[in-house]
Design a binder for this molecule. Sequence first.
Ligand code: BTN
Length: 280
Amino acid sequence: MNSAQRPERFDEKRYGRLLETRSFGRHLVYVEEIDSTQRLAAELAARDAAEGVAVLSELQTAGRGRMGRTWHSPPGKGLWCSIILRPSLPLSQAPLLTFLAAVAVCRSIRRSARVPAMIKWPNDILVDGKKVCGILLESHAEGEQIRHVVAGIGIGVNLEKSDYPADLASIATSLRIEAGRPIDREALLADLMKELENLYELFLAEGFQPIRALWEALNCTVGKRIQVRDASGFVEGKAEGMDPDGGLVVRLSDGGAVKLFSGEIQHAEPAEKPGSTDEK
Ligand code: BTN
């Protein structure tokens, strides 16, 4: 194994020196191996760990993805991280944090790796059409009030093509592959914590609208014809935009519209070009 392939240990001291946040990521629980950082972060949150406490692991043996899937988390080359949030919000607003996390990751990746990352609704981060990061938010509530949210972020940072199993090779990529050079994981995580903290404070002070504007500016879904699988089945139509309460507005072929708050895009077609006369 040459030095380019060897998994590197995350340098917590260097990360600490680069970190500029007030609270997010200041207390980083670093482990070499774990089943899932989501599980440990939820346990810490249940034991009253403070907002901003984060868990990072070099390797996850049972990384969790959305929709009950597993998350490929090989050692030393990714950022497999979960952070505890404690917003005073009704549970119904928890999904808004998912867009906030997507915006933070997307901006941070663009700045740190200088690759043209985009957000695919609701919160996948893509580069050149391939997934480079997934986000999983798990909320714990008492009645209608959020008690804590664990925001799980998995970024393929320095994985190489050979690190992906066959079923992921055509749909996933890493920052290293896209940028053509290794990416500094400590600097990326420190920058991400800062971006998350800034956007979270903006959200608490001014509400969802500024986050929504940032999400819209970075998303690659609006304007496309999409097919979405959600809890109630399949929806097919043209994504028209995100409305003020975080619903994705999808125009159906019969002229009606639906608003989607969760789900997964199964298929998306390129946006129609401006001025196109094709009236499909
Ligand atoms: C997705 O399916 O797109 C969401 C993937 C989320 C993966 C991250 S990695 C860190 C955290 N721990 C987990 O077990 N999952 C999340």
